[in-house]
Write a protein that binds this ligand. Structure first.
Ligand SMILES: C[S@@+](CC[C@H](N)C(=O)[O-])C[C@H]1O[C@@H](n2cnc3c(N)ncnc32)[C@H](O)[C@@H]1O
Length: 218
């Protein structure tokens, strides 16, 4: 669900409801993320930034890290840029980069990032995209870096909320390759990419943030 404004800014109403809770998790965890030797700062890469509202509203309150939004959709990239200007071009909110996880060779990205964050991607894209997300995180995250995945998930042994069940059915009718993913399946894909699940944070409205870190080697 998305509305357009008079300029290129797009508006996804859910971002206004979930951004404070997401911001609180990022704020609480960021001190543990590695500082990059290249800049002496932390860098968060956002995958599938969509409208750019999470970046525009959260980056200014996380001024001790750099936030790099990415998105494959050109209209999304324009929206992210318009939101960046709308909030006064905060110095730590970098210009959005095109990134399509389905592309064989993802676009030019930093060699390393302190954290990767994505919201509402894994259920609205084919499973291969989630696998590609873990592969990218395995490549870019140094020890102590984190991949944070926000969204609705199915957790074995825990009843799925009726609203999430209905959402899952609706997504699968829209596209058989979409649908809510199970935490178990994500954890297995993470392990295959050299990451380990380290936390699962319950979020409002039956959402979660799943947190992964590079597995200890040796
Ligand atoms: C439901 S929107 C979520 C946007 C935003 N993160 C939010 O929470 O409002 C899903 C996003 O996934 C992006 N997406 C879909 N396929 C993708 C891919 N192959 N690589 C990267 N992003 C993709 C879409 O362009 C869209 O921005």
């Amino acid at each position: 669900m998305m509305d357009d404004t008079a300029d290129a800014r797009r508006h996804a109403p859910a971002t206004a409801r979930n951004r404070a809770a997401i911001g609180a998790v990022l704020t609480a965890r960021r001190a543990g993320w590695p500082v990059l030797p290249s800049t002496g700062r932390r860098l968060l890469l956002e995958v599938a930034s969509g409208t750019g509202e999470h970046a525009a509203h959260l980056a200014p309150s996380l001024s001790d890290l750099d936030w790099l939004p990415t998105e494959p959709d050109p209209a999304g990239l324009a929206s992210i840029e318009a939101w960046r200007r709308f909030v006064g071009t905060p110095p730590n909110l970098l210009g959005a980069q095109p990134l399509d996880l389905a592309a064989p060779a993802p676009a030019a990205l930093p060699a390393a990032v302190s954290a990767l964050f994505t919201a509402n991607l894994t259920h609205i894209a084919p499973w291969e995209i989630t696998r590609a997300l873990f592969t990218l995180a395995g490549r870019l995250l140094p020890a102590g870096g984190e991949l944070l995945i926000y969204g609705p998930f199915v957790q074995p042994g825990r009843p799925t909320a009726a609203s999430n069940h209905a959402f899952d059915q609706q997504l699968r009718r829209q596209n058989p390759d979409w649908g809510l993913r199970s935490v178990d399946r994500l954890d297995r894909a993470a392990t295959a990419a050299g990451l380990a699940p380290v936390d699962l944070v319950d979020m409002p409205a039956n959402n979660m943030i799943l947190v992964y870190r590079p597995a200890a080697r040796g």
